[in-house]
Design a binder for this molecule. Sequence first.
Ligand SMILES: [Cu+2]
Length: 153
Amino acid sequence: MRKFAVLAVTALLSLPAFAHDYTAGSLKIDHPWSRAMPANSPTAAVFMSINNLGKQDDKLLSASSPQAGKVELHTHLHDNGVMRMREVSGGVALPAASNTKLVPGGLHIMLMEVKKQAKAGEKFPLELNFEKAGKVQVEIKVEDGAPAAHVHP
Ligand SMILES: [Cu+2]
């Protein structure tokens, strides 16, 4: 009986966390996710944090996914008070001993020409291509997250 209770608590605690991370060389890729995609939406943004635990800088050069016809690396820039997305030229720098966060409103991986809009709870594969760590396959978890604070319906 007691064992059952412990198992139940563990299951409850582990469910909402969705902890999933990947290690590639000195890179630790934590919690790659995207939001549930509205029907017919041709684009979707993917977020994660990439912790470079090594002594050498690395760089995220590109990404690809069977989910999308094209994948770009994007950042947001303020342009006369308007937030605009812009492709990051030359890749996303991952300085040694630092944690680079891809978050809503900041750096993100942009899926273009999305082939099938993913729903919350689904997963899809994404391949990250790093300058030094090479190619790394990760699973993107699709979450039913609220829209970013600066987006108005
Ligand atoms: Cu974008």
